[in-house]
Design a protein around this ligand. Structure first.
Ligand SMILES: *[C@@H]1O[C@H](CO)[C@@H](O)[C@H](O)[C@H]1NC(C)=O
Ligand SMILES: *[C@@H]1O[C@H](CO)[C@@H](O)[C@H](O)[C@H]1NC(C)=O
Ligand SMILES: *[C@@H]1O[C@H](CO)[C@@H](O)[C@H](O)[C@H]1NC(C)=O
Ligand SMILES: *[C@@H]1O[C@H](CO)[C@@H](O)[C@H](O)[C@H]1NC(C)=O
Ligand SMILES: *[C@@H]1O[C@H](CO)[C@@H](O)[C@H](O)[C@H]1NC(C)=O
Ligand SMILES: *[C@@H]1O[C@H](CO)[C@@H](O)[C@H](O)[C@H]1NC(C)=O
Ligand SMILES: *[C@@H]1O[C@H](CO)[C@@H](O)[C@H](O)[C@H]1NC(C)=O
Ligand SMILES: *[C@@H]1O[C@H](CO)[C@@H](O)[C@H](O)[C@H]1NC(C)=O
Ligand SMILES: *[C@@H]1O[C@H](CO)[C@@H](O)[C@H](O)[C@H]1NC(C)=O
Length: 460
């Protein structure tokens, strides 16, 4: 009986600590949750990383394969020719992410991965320089995730014609995606393929969502109404294959509030699916938000936190599908020693604060009706693990917690408004990698001792 009571007290205490810290935890984060329905974050907060630069390469993430001066995958392959490019990329697909990475991701307390993919993994024409062959690796990735109890968000990161004109779409240049209906049809066919494949029973419910288009960049050439037409057409096709699949839509940099009450299927005659998720990327790396003073950054992070926790505005379930610790320096892809030279205590102190501030902001403070569903950091690793972009470097250096699912490893207290108390007096350990020690406020310390005592009795 004592053991039973002890456990109840222990759980109650844990719950109150969790509430104090303002981070929701789940009763279980095992792999077999959500058997019948693909759920994004309503039973468990998404804590994820992107597998950036893998099945769709970016020069700054893996400069080692860009030896010919190309700046995007299109030109990498155009310069090498299909045969050589395929062999180079095969070597990369095979080695850049292996099962070990998935195990490390799991061990870091993460529970999901977002996998960017280019359309050319599914559909490439002879007159396009891209090469295909990524798909078996994607299947392998989903299987590894499934075995380890991680979920997967598939993300169409590169669309024909390019949806943003940037390297991350595969092709730097004008935004030609919306200019030709064939680009749109091909994209929808890729999304259909991904849905058909990854809703097969053999994958269980590992794939929890399909993101229709990464970071579409609107302009005179690409209007919001064109984007919405694309979202509606794609959602119709996906929900026709599987009405439970979550349909993830990037906010096109307009902010999640713009998409309040939006349903891409509201005019559909054939589908009443209602699984829309908004993806909003939160970066301080790029203009005009780069090089801001730290206090302004923290205030902005707190502002978005309030928005993502506001259940009164009709904001759809929202993921922060990309974020990082970068605040303005472009990565130096020709030198790792320059990039990572400074691992000073001061820098690691800032990184820890900036990480925890964003962690608190992008996680719901309770499981329920808040829009926030969780986050995916960009990215798990880079060739030489740039400090502001490589999650695993942060873990190794101690400025990202070793187990992000364990709120008692966090340093900064959470205020009632859901943001971290950035005035909390924390200094990173003298040496990188020695781990962070929580400066426990006295109340919490006492509670922790009670837990230790109770656990002791429980074990007895
Ligand atoms: C999706 O495309 C891949 C690559 O072309 C192909 O191997 C696979 O069979 C397709 N799956 C479906 C369900 O169409
Ligand atoms: C708009 O399209 C034209 C050609 O169709 C192209 O030259 C221009 O660069 C495009 N603008 C943007 C912002 O992509
Ligand atoms: C659209 O793309 C197809 C395939 O590349 C091409 O044959 C066609 O000429 C394009 N149409 C326009 C209007 O650019
Ligand atoms: C549904 O149709 C109305 C009227 O044409 C339009 O204003 C609205 O944007 C459409 N909804 C979607 C999601 O496309
Ligand atoms: C979609 O689901 C939400 C939450 O369950 C509900 O509030 C909303 O009314 C639904 N919308 C439609 C169009 O069914
Ligand atoms: C945060 O939001 C408040 C209230 O909307 C606004 O006044 C303030 O300027 C915002 N702070 C920053 C740094 O954008
Ligand atoms: C990157 O570092 C190399 C080596 O120190 C240097 O020559 C180069 O100018 C740097 N590039 C940028 C863009 O800072
Ligand atoms: C959470 O972290 C605390 C502090 O490092 C540690 O004592 C505890 O064992 C961890 N809990 C779990 C479930 O790993
Ligand atoms: C912060 O903590 C350090 C070390 O414990 C201490 O020396 C310093 O005075 C504290 N600063 C403030 C503002 O409390």
């Amino acid at each position: 009986m004592w053991t039973h009571h002890g456990l109840v007290v222990l759980l109650a205490t844990l719950t109150s600590i969790t509430a104090h810290l303002g981070i929701a935890t789940s009763p279980s984060s095992s792999g077999n949750f959500h058997r019948n329905r693909r759920d994004i974050g309503s039973n468990d907060v998404i804590r994820g990383v992107n597998l950036g630069g893998w099945l769709l390469t970016e020069e700054w993430i893996t400069p080692s394969i860009y030896t010919n001066g190309a700046e995007d995958e299109y030109h990498l392959c155009a310069d090498l020719g299909k045969k050589k490019c395929l062999s180079r990329l095969e070597d990369h697909w095979k080695s850049f992410f292996t099962r070990d990475d998935f195990e490390e991701i799991k061990a870091a307390g993460l529970n999901s991965v977002r996998i960017p993919i280019g359309y050319w993994a599914v559909d490439v024409r002879d007159d396009e320089p891209y090469v295909s062959g990524q798909y078996p690796y994607l299947i392998q990735a989903v299987n590894w995730a499934s075995e380890l109890g991680l979920t997967v968000l598939l993300d169409l990161h590169g669309a024909p014609g390019s949806q943003n004109g940037q390297d991350n779409s595969g092709l730097i240049g004008p935004v030609l995606f919306p200019t030709n209906t064939s680009n749109i049809e091909r994209s929808i066919n890729v999304l259909k393929n991904l849905t058909e494949e990854f809703t097969k029973d053999i994958y269980g419910s590992t794939v929890i969502g399909i993101e229709l288009l990464n970071e579409p960049r609107l302009s005179n050439n690409f209007s919001m109404s064109q984007l919405k037409d694309f979202y509606s057409d794609a959602a119709e096709v996906i929900s026709g294959v599987d009405g439970d699949m979550n349909i993830v839509m990037h906010d096109a940099f307009w902010g999640p509030q713009y998409w309040s009450n939006y349903n891409p299927l509201s005019n559909s005659t054939s589908s009443n699916s209602n699984n829309s998720i908004i993806d909003t990327h939160q970066y301080y790396a790029f203009e005009p938000l780069n090089n801001l003073p730290h206090d302004v950054i923290l205030e902005k992070v707190c502002n978005i936190s309030k928005l993502l926790k506001n259940s009164d505005l009709g904001i759809l379930p929202t993921l922060v599908g990309e974020w990082s610790l970068e605040t303005g320096h472009s990565p130096n892809s020709s030198s790792s020693s320059i990039q990572n030279k400074d691992d000073s205590r001061e820098k690691r102190t800032w990184f820890r604060l900036f990480f925890e501030a964003q962690l608190a902001a992008y996680s719901p403070s309770s499981i329920g009706d808040q829009p926030s569903r969780g986050w995916y950091y960009w990215t798990w690793k880079t060739d030489y693990d740039i400090d502001t972009w490589s999650y695993r470097r942060g873990v190794a250096q101690g400025y990202i917690p070793k187990d992000v699912s364990n709120s008692s490893t966090l340093v900064f207290p959470i205020l009632d408004n859901g943001c971290v108390d950035s005035s909390f007096n924390y200094t990173a350990p003298k040496n990188p990698g020695s781990g962070a020690i929580r400066h426990c406020p006295s109340g919490l310390l006492a509670v922790s001792m009670v837990i230790v005592t109770i656990s002791f009795f429980c074990i007895l």
